[in-house]
Design a protein around this ligand. Sequence first.
Ligand code: 2AM
Ligand code: CA
Length: 269
Amino acid sequence: MQPTIEQVLGWTKEAGEIARKMQGGNLDVRYKAAADIVTAADTAVEDFLVSKIHAEFPDHSINAEESGEQELAADHTWYIDPIDGTLNYAHGLPQYCISVAYAYQGQLQLGVVYSPPIDEAFWAVKGGGAYLNGEKIEVSSVELLRDSMLITGFRNYLLDTPRSNIDNFVRLSREVQTIRRLGSATLDIVYVACGRVEGFWEIDLNPWDVAAGILIVREAGGIVEGLYGDSDLLTGKVDILAANPHIFPQMRSILLEERNKAGINATQP
Ligand code: 2AM
Ligand code: CA
């Protein structure tokens, strides 16, 4: 049995309400690593979503940020990020979201991204288009980099390595209107889907950060691939490029040029 979008949208919005209500309270912040935290809300939201999925689909596998991978039925996999943008959330910035995706036999079937502070729900079902609060969305039609706004992010632990992403940022900054760093990779991706920005790229994300967003951008007419070529975006660490179809090849060729300049080992930390 497969889930419906109404079901997953309902769970994700309820999860968002849990996060929103908890934001003012004691978040019990713990460090997983430097600049990588988990709060009581991450755990509460994830437990809520996992319990909903287990109750309806007891044999489905779940790949969730805080509890890791529970591999059950190989055909059915869920990807959950209970709070994407946890640092924003813990600092009281209203730029975070809940992300839930479902894949059947490795193919994304549905994805929901919900931003509680401004009550924005993005969703997509494979083959059915992408939506923001019930309205159909599409990627922007901007054709030139010089008319584009992009978004990216940086991993602290990569700052002193060839994969820091800083050279990419400087190089692309010269070509576009501007590049934002907003702190929630999942919201960054869906902002490509609704045409608020033309493109997004980032290095070393996790499948739960991107799974729902990938389907939403593709269903909105955008292109999503590995940063330097097509690759598996649902396993291991993920280097990702998402953009409207005009801007995608232009970003790709600049990112490839930068990688070649940095040397062939630049794909490894
Ligand atoms: P998180 O809030 O769910 O941890 C910030 O640029 C973005 O990167 C957020 O989407 C954040 O997700 C993600 N992020 C932060 N630390 C990360 C890590 N160590 N590995 C992968 N993604 C990370
Ligand atoms: Ca998270």
